[in-house]
Design a binder for this molecule. Structure first.
Ligand code: SF4
Ligand code: SF4
Length: 267
């Protein structure tokens, strides 16, 4: 499906990142993904819609969220409980941004990009689900002297790549598994389109870094070695990404968004 006209929501803007491409970078996280990786580090990026998360360990049980909520039976994601929570136990994931607003956030760290060979990285979720919006903001970045990286799982029509190619300096391209059945089991989708797009993208001559998250009970070991050999044979730069369990607490928090009804005032 070509989602080019759809307006994305942004679930995070991370400044001063050192792990998402060359140099110091600002990372823009787009909400929505068409893979469903079981280990996902950013589960709040999977749905394209806004979501509320409840981090139970931060809650002091003041009951304020229950008081301010006008729709306890069916959350409308109005955000009132988030604003009303004094301990940041509640968080709203997914806010709309205009191209101008994103550009302002990105340009704030321009001196750091220039000093370190960094820039902006568009990530997610899957930022390539929004090629028209992405191309617009990437073009504005380049015009303002900011280098652009696009972090993608590659499972989109190649037309989306053609849309953003002119405004992208480097792609960070994930290969999670070469074995098709394994890829399906781990991510919920085939890797056929991903590998086809990779070939076409490499033929375009655009700079790329291939990245593989190393996941226990999935690709760790033999499969990762196969991916390394695959990249080496094609002259592609390859990086490994460490697995971390941070996604777990966010998964729990997203599932518990309506737990506020059990919170009671302490007095
Ligand atoms: S749970 Fe929070 S976001 Fe959802 S309707 Fe209630 S106040 Fe609004
Ligand atoms: S009861 Fe609600 S408002 Fe109070 S700290 Fe917990 S989540 Fe926040």
């Amino acid at each position: 499906m070509h989602n080019g006209m759809k307006k994305p929501l942004i679930f995070d803007i991370k400044r001063a990142s050192l792990n998402d491409g060359p140099g110091v970078r600002t990372v823009i996280f787009f909400k929505g993904c068409n893979l469903n990786c079981f280990w996902c580090h950013n589960p709040e990026g999977k749905s394209p819609d806004a979501q509320i998360a409840f981090f139970a360990e931060k809650c002091m049980g003041c009951g304020n969220c229950a008081k301010v909520c006008a729709s306890p039976a069916a959350c409308t994601v109005c955000g009132a409980c988030v604003t009303g929570c004094p301990t940041e136990a509640r968080r709203l994931y997914g806010k709309p941004y205009t191209v101008e607003e994103l550009l302002t956030a990105i340009l704030a760290d321009k001196p750091y990009y220039h000093a370190t060979g960094g820039g902006v990285t568009f990530s997610g979720g899957e930022c390539m689900l929004y090629p028209d919006f992405l191309a617009n903001v990437a073009e504005r970045c380049q015009k303002n002297g900011v280098s652009v990286a696009v972090d993608t799982a590659g499972n989109v029509p190649y037309a989306a790549f053609e849309r953003v190619l002119p405004y992208t300096d480097i792609f960070l391209y994930d290969i999670k598994a070469l074995d098709s059945a394994l890829h399906c089991r781990g991510t919920g989708v085939s890797n056929t389109l991903i590998l086809k797009n990779l070939d076409r993208l490499q033929n375009s001559g655009k700079k790329m870094i291939i990245r593989t998250p190393v996941i226990p009970d999935f690709n760790q070991g033999e499969e990762v070695e196969r991916i390394r050999a695959y990249c080496a044979a094609r002259g592609l730069t390859h990086e490994l990404l460490a697995y971390h369990a941070l996604g777990e607490s966010k998964r729990e928090a997203l599932a518990a968004h309506d737990v506020f009804r059990e919170c009671q005032p302490l007095n």
